[in-house]
Design a protein around this ligand. Structure first.
Ligand SMILES: [Cu+2]
Length: 480
């Protein structure tokens, strides 16, 4: 069964306030109204900066990070703070995923906790108490910082690609509909797509469960974390307050002194408000947001984050496209036409911004190689590997980040979710999709490297379906 669609029925419940504050080691105060000293402390929290060649502050943080990585690499693997031990929390190159969460409602929260404690270990080892991890905004800066490509540097790691400029999954067209999605579950599920595509594009160990062994992993995930923070804090959408989601906890992280520590998902939601801040930057057409300066605004923001929202995925209608598909990656796949297309166009003409259509692709097993992307097109039966991603029928891409055989393999990303709303609307506007006209879906595998390592590979899919969702995010009475 599908974990993303399996969230327990939402129950409004108070945030575990004391626990969160204690876990973050920060504030005991529950109200910030008018408390200028406390607000000053919060204003002074370390800043995760956007990594660019011209930002002296970000470059200084990168140097601290390099020293920290060097120190961690020098520690024995038996030390929880060592580079090897930290990477092993996520998974291994040949053994797949270990504790990391992918394809579950904890993709964001687990990785946020993971970054949080590594950052703290970096501070401990370098003595730089104000250090914060810089983030690689690959939407704005496709080129990986050159510090990661200097041979012999602690930040160097073998990679196939170090420049994502022009890479469709990190483009505005790809990211805009994802960030505009008000539902936490589908926002998380669809952002995993570009996230995994970046892993696969960079290649080598980044393509595997052991990806965290590559120092650039942490700057990539810091960007994913900023996407979540921007969506939640700047764009004003809400995290789940489902009791079981909030209380989910992990005990496999390490503090800066090497001792184990437990963190809850609920506590991670407060981290970008209390523990660190992001230097704002644009993601897609979502511009830089104004910084929160006033105590009242901050207190209000904190109340909203703590309250969360009952997040539910109401699937209004399912349009089954195909079941048990076996398709060789060397040949484009085109689905049989969906017959209920009139109902589908009806949904789209409602112009309800909360109404979205997602392509859900569930696969039966993790493929034995993952050196490729699967591009998704709508109503383009002739689509092939040469069709550009700028084509109006292009809806997105999916990839198989990770490695087969790892722990929790069943749980990890047994499906891919692609938001196809914008593509379908564009086709309607062009008159290519009318009431009653059929809808087909194409899956086109393209090699991530020069050629497929396993051109004979057969993708085994359980089902392909379109999900129409009026995604209800019910606001608690009186909020915002
Ligand atoms: Cu990742």
């Amino acid at each position: 069964m599908d974990l993303l669609f399996q969230m327990h029925s939402p129950q409004r419940r108070g945030f575990i306030k004391g626990l969160a504050d204690a876990a973050l080691g920060l504030f005991v105060a529950t109200s910030l109204g008018g408390c200028e000293a406390l607000l000053q402390k919060i204003r002074d929290r370390p800043t995760r900066r956007r990594l660019t060649a011209t930002s002296a502050a970000a470059q200084a943080d990168l140097q601290t990070y390099r020293s920290a990585v060097q120190a961690m690499k020098a520690l024995p693997a038996s030390d929880g703070r060592s580079w090897a031990a930290q990477a092993a929390i996520h998974g291994s190159v040949t053994g797949g995923f270990n504790f990391c969460q992918h394809g579950t409602p904890h993709f964001f929260s687990w990785h946020r906790a993971y970054l949080f404690f590594l950052e703290d270990i970096c501070r401990g080892l370098t003595g730089e108490s104000r250090f914060a991890l810089p983030y690689w905004n690959w939407n704005q800066d496709g080129q990986m910082d050159p510090a990661f490509t200097v041979a012999g540097s602690p930040l160097f790691h073998p990679r196939n690609v170090t420049n994502l400029t022009g890479f469709a999954p990190v483009s505005n067209t790809s990211l805009d509909p994802i960030l505009d999605d008000p539902n936490f579950l589908t926002f998380s599920g669809t952002l995993e797509g570009p996230h995994g595509d970046v892993h696969v594009r960079i290649g080598q160990d980044m393509r595997t469960g052991g990806s965290a062994i590559d120092p650039v992993f942490w700057m990539h995930h810091c960007m994913i974390d900023y996407c979540w923070a921007k969506w939640n804090l700047e764009l004003g959408f809400d995290n789940p307050n489902d009791a079981s989601w909030v209380a989910t906890s992990w005990n496999h992280f390490f503090r800066r002194d090497g001792s184990p520590v437990t963190m809850t998902a609920g506590a991670t939601t407060l981290m970008p408000l209390l523990s660190y801040q992001y230097e704002p930057s644009a993601i897609g057409t979502h511009a830089v947001a104004a910084e929160v300066r006033a105590a009242e605004d901050f207190a209000q923001l904190r109340r909203r984050v703590e309250a969360g929202a009952p997040v539910q995925l109401d699937i209004r209608q399912r349009f089954l496209i195909a079941e048990t598909v076996q398709t060789p990656i060397g040949r484009p796949y085109s689905s049989p036409p969906v017959t209920q297309a009139s109902a589908l166009t009806g949904l789209l003409t409602e112009r309800d911004p909360a109404s979205n259509l997602f392509l859900n692709v569930e696969y039966a097993r993790f493929p034995e190689a993952n050196d490729f992307f699967v591009r998704v097109f709508v109503n383009l039966p002739g689509a092939n590997a040469a069709t550009p991603t700028t084509d109006v029928h292009y809806a997105g891409s999916l990839s198989f980040f990770g490695s087969p055989g790892g722990r929790h393999e069943q749980m990890h990303a047994t499906k891919h979710l692609v938001n196809v709303t914008q593509t379908l609307r564009a086709l309607m506007q062009r008159g290519e999709l009318r009431e009653g006209s059929p809808v087909t879906v194409q899956l086109v595998a393209v090699p991530a490297d020069a050629q497929f390592r396993r051109p004979d590979l057969v993708l085994q899919l359980n089902r392909i379906e379109l999900l129409a969702t009026p995604i209800r995010v019910t606001k608690p009475a009186g909020s915002r």
